[in-house]
Design a protein around this ligand. Structure first.
Ligand SMILES: [Zn+2]
Length: 265
C-alpha cells in the first residue's frame, strides 16, 4: 500500500549507485532465502499460505446447511429446511454463505489478514469465499464490502473486507461497489459483547451515501465480511441497503462462528 510519493533527488553519486545495486542483489538473496511462513502456526511453507497440517485442519462449510443462514447441519434434513436461528430470529438479508468454520486456523488467517499485514492471503481466502458463494454470485449485481469507519480505515490503511471482495470479484466476475455503504458511527469492537449488545452497538451505524443510492437502488447485492459472529453487523448493513432501495441483499463471509452441532427443526 505504498502511496507512491517520490522525493526530488539529485543525480546519484557513484557510491549511492553502488549501494543501490548491492541492495538489489542482497534484497533478492533475502527474498529467495526466507521461506514463507504458515499464516496459522508460523512454520515455513512453500508457496501457499498454510502448511499441510493446518490446511488439513481447515473446516470448510459444505451442504447440508441452513438454506437461509448457511449454518451447517449435522445430517441432511432434506431440501429447504431452516435452522432454529433462522426461524427464531430471521435476518434482514435473504441468504448467507460462509467458506469455513471460525476455529483456531480460521482465526489465525483472519488475524493475519487484518492485523498482521498478510495481505497476500486475501486472494486464497477470497477464492474459498467465491466457491462457497456460487449460488449468490450467480445472480448478483454487485459486491458490497462491510465498511470500516474512516478513523479505523486511516489507522489500518486498508479494509480487509474490501480486499476479500476484490478477490471474490476476480473469481466470479461480479463487480465491487466500494463507497455506497458508509459506517457513520465509530462502533467499539464487537469482541466480548453479547448478541443483544452487538445488535445495539451497530444500530444506525451504517448508511447509504446520497451518491451511493444509484449503485444500490433496485440492485441485487452481496455483503462481504471476514467473520460473521452473531450476524448483527451484516444485518445492520442489510437494513441500510434495503432502506436505500436494494432489490435483494445476501451476505458472504470467510468464516462463521458455529456453535456445537445442532439438529434442524
Ligand atoms: Zn501451519
Amino acid at each position: 500500500m505504498a502511496d507512491g510519493v517520490t522525493l526530488p533527488e539529485a543525480a546519484p553519486s557513484r557510491l549511492t549507485r553502488l549501494v543501490g545495486a548491492m541492495r538489489a542483489v542482497f534484497g533478492l538473496a533475502v527474498d529467495v532465502a526466507l521461506p514463507q511462513l504458515c499464516a496459522s502456526c508460523r512454520e515455513p511453507v512453500g508457496s501457499d499460505g498454510l502448511c499441510p497440517a493446518c490446511w488439513s485442519r481447515i473446516s470448510f462449510i459444505a451442504p447440508p446447511y441452513c438454506e437461509r443462514l448457511g449454518i451447517p447441519f449435522p445430517y441432511d434434513p432434506g431440501p429447504g429446511v431452516l435452522s432454529m436461528e433462522a426461524i427464531a430470529d430471521p435476518p434482514a438479508y435473504r441468504r448467507a454463505r460462509v467458506a469455513v468454520r471460525f476455529d483456531d486456523v480460521a482465526r489465525a488467517l483472519v488475524h493475519a489478514l487484518k492485523y498482521g499485514d498478510r495481505l497476500d492471503l486475501a486472494p486464497m481466502m477470497g477464492r474459498w469465499m467465491a466457491t462457497a458463494g456460487r449460488s449468490l454470485t450467480a445472480d448478483a449485481d454487485a459486491l458490497i464490502p462491510v465498511p470500516l469507519h474512516w478513523r479505523r480505515y486511516w489507522a489500518r490503511r486498508f479494509n480487509q473486507s474490501a480486499l476479500l471482495a476484490e478477490a471474490i470479484s476476480k473469481a466470479s466476475g461480479v463487480p465491487v461497489v466500494l463507497d455506497a455503504l458508509k459506517r457513520v458511527k465509530a462502533t467499539p469492537q464487537q469482541v466480548g459483547l453479547s448478541q443483544s449488545a452487538r445488535a445495539l452497538n451497530v444500530q444506525g451505524a451504517f448508511r447509504v451515501s446520497p451518491a451511493g443510492k444509484a449503485a444500490v437502488a433496485g440492485r441485487r447485492l452481496i455483503l462481504v465480511d471476514d467473520v460473521i459472529t452473531t450476524g448483527a453487523t451484516v444485518d445492520a448493513c442489510a437494513r441500510a441497503l434495503l432502506r436505500a432501495g436494494a432489490a435483494d441483499v445476501s451476505a458472504l463471509a470467510f468464516a462463521r462462528v458455529v456453535a456445537a452441532a445442532r439438529p434442524p427443526i
